[in-house]
Design a protein around this ligand. Structure first.
Ligand code: ADP
Ligand code: MG
Length: 491
């Protein structure tokens, strides 16, 4: 695969233009009942140390046993990233000491990961561009526990519930060139993981977190030295961390300094990154193959079977929405961003006007849900109800304007849209006799305006407004327009 060709997004320094270069390491918690090498539960929010087996606590003599479900999820994720699946991979010990890492090492994959090179296609909303981000690898590893320092004045506590939970580390090549691109990349990756059901992407719970590698360079020059910003846990913070880190590096370089490769932390409160430690090298970790685990092997038939049963992924769904329902790339992109909205759309659109369905969902329903702080799965208006509203417009039973009132009624009170229209007399008046009567009344009451309108046809709008008022907004606007024009003698 070649590096994507992209226009440069330069930022101005005091001495000229700079380009930001970003590569990400995403840690995604694997969706599975049990941990990577033990049967302990992965449930979130249990009492401290309530989901800890002897293996997770690293008791002497305990042996890890690979959880097949985690392997399956990692392969499925690799397939979703159009990546090379390695039929043989190995687990290594990455040695370091932390109080929340009782083994004294993390079991990870170093030289030979389960998944190799892949790619993610990313739409960047701010620029309207579509970029391709290359994936370098995906490997399986254990999460650590959690040290708690703020519960006691002189002691620290440790909670090992998370210890041994399976993570997928997904490493991108340094293909990203701006904070916008980085945010869009993580958003897209999260969408793919959620479609696959391999990670819930819940950043608030720490189930998806990013190490963001940032460097800067003069356009066209070699890559600069990177700094790695650890464990950024929201998409907004990822963007902010990149911007401030790039600015910091540019200031140092323009001042004649050099960038030290190091690990930094982003402080959202202060809006700055600060040094955590100098960069550790692979040899610092004394990696070696874990003697307790055999190489991980499976056959191509197993992979093929998983590939066959993957759900339709966002790119394919977006393309299908565009071709089957005539949606714009933008609308299709918005709808497929969450699987639940895509499903909702299809239920509304099936056998109806797809474009109208997309419009109603994106402009009315999403806006209204947003106001209530609800997501699509909590929508008080079902796909069937919204479908009925769209049908009523299509059948000319109600106007677009009345439809919005009807939508609001269904949203707040519920009910069958057809019955509501019937019961509350919301039907559009298409009976030309009734419309003509209303028009005659308006004309009779405003002889001066009639004279003016003959000279100035833009006054027609005023008349339409009056007639709509007269009919309680129920007159068919097209009929009103036509009859008015002929009565006023306007072309
Ligand atoms: P390490 O474990 O040392 O952090 P990895 O290979 O896991 O190394 O990750 C390196 C990450 O840094 C990758 O995402 C890669 O794209 C990114 N990267 C490498 N070189 C640069 C650079 N010059 N500027 C920004 N990011 C970089
Ligand atoms: Mg790293």
């Amino acid at each position: 695969m070649n590096a994507p060709v992209k226009p440069k997004k330069l930022i101005k320094g005091a001495t000229g233009d700079w380009e930001i270069v970003i590569g990400m390491e995403i840690h995604a918690q694997v969706t599975s009942q049990a941990k990577l090498f033990s049967g302990a539960s992965t449930a979130f929010g249990g009492n401290p140390n309530s989901h800890v087996s002897l293996v997770d606590a690293a008791m002497p003599g305990m042996l890890p046993v690979i959880n097949e479900e985690c392997v399956r999820q990692a392969i499925r994720t690799g397939l979703g990233l159009k990546a090379q699946i390695n039929l043989k991979s190995t687990f290594d010990r990455k040695n370091y000491f932390y109080p929340d890492l009782p083994q004294g090492y993390q079991i990870s994959q170093y030289k030979s990961p389960i998944v190799g090179e892949g790619e993610v296609i990313v739409d960047v909303p701010e620029t309207g561009e579509t970029i391709m981000v290359r994936i370098e690898r995906l490997h399986l590893e254990q999460d650590a526990g959690k040290s708690i320092h703020d519960l006691h004045p002189t002691m620290s506590f440790v909670d090992l519930n998370r210890s041994g939970v399976a993570l997928m580390e997904i490493v991108s090549k340094p293909d990203l060139r701006s904070a916008d691109e980085a945010r869009a990349y993580v958003t897209k990756l999260r969408t793919i993981l959620r479609y696959l059901g391999t990670c819930d992407g819940d950043m608030d719970k720490g189930n998806l977190r990013a190490d963001v590698n940032v460097s800067v360079r003069r356009p066209g020059e070699e890559f600069g030295t990177r700094c790695e910003i650890k464990n950024v846990n929201s998409i907004r913070f990822i963007g902010q961390a990149i911007e401030v880190e790039a600015r910091r590096q540019i200031a140092i370089l323009e001042d004649g300094g050099v960038i030290e490769q190091e690990t930094r932390l982003f402080d959202p409160g202060k809006g700055e990154t600060r040094s955590m430690r100098s960069k550790e090298e692979a040899h610092d970790y004394r990696y070696f193959p874990d003697p307790d685990l055999l190489p991980l092997e499976f056959d191509q038939a197993y992979v093929d079977d998983l590939a066959q049963h993957l759900p339709e992924l966002p790119d394919a769904k977006k393309a299908r929405f565009m071709s089957d329902y005539g949606l714009s790339s933008y609308d299709a992109g918005v709808l497929v961003a969450e699987r639940a909205s895509a499903d909702f759309f299809e239920e509304v659109a099936k056998g109806r006007d797809g474009k109208a369905a997309a419009n109603w969902i994106i402009n009315e329903l999403f806006g209204r849900l947003n106001k209530e702080g609800k997501d699509i799965t909590q929508s008080p208006v079902s796909a069937q109800q919204l479908g009925a509203i769209i049908e009523l417009i299509g059948e000319n039973v109600i106007s677009g304007k009345i439809a919005k009132d009807l939508f609001e009624i269904v949203f707040t009170e519920g009910g069958d849209p057809r019955e509501i229209v019937e019961k509350r007399g919301m039907k559009q008046v298409t009976d030309t006799g009734a419309i003509e009567k209303a028009i005659d009344e308006v004309i009779a009451a405003n002889p001066d305006k009639v004279e003016q309108a003959k000279a100035k046809p833009t006054l027609l709008g005023w008349f339409v407004g009056q007639v709509m008022k007269q009919t309680g907004g129920k007159a068919n606007p097209q009929a009103v327009n036509e009859i008015l024009k002929s009565k006023l003698g306007i072309e």
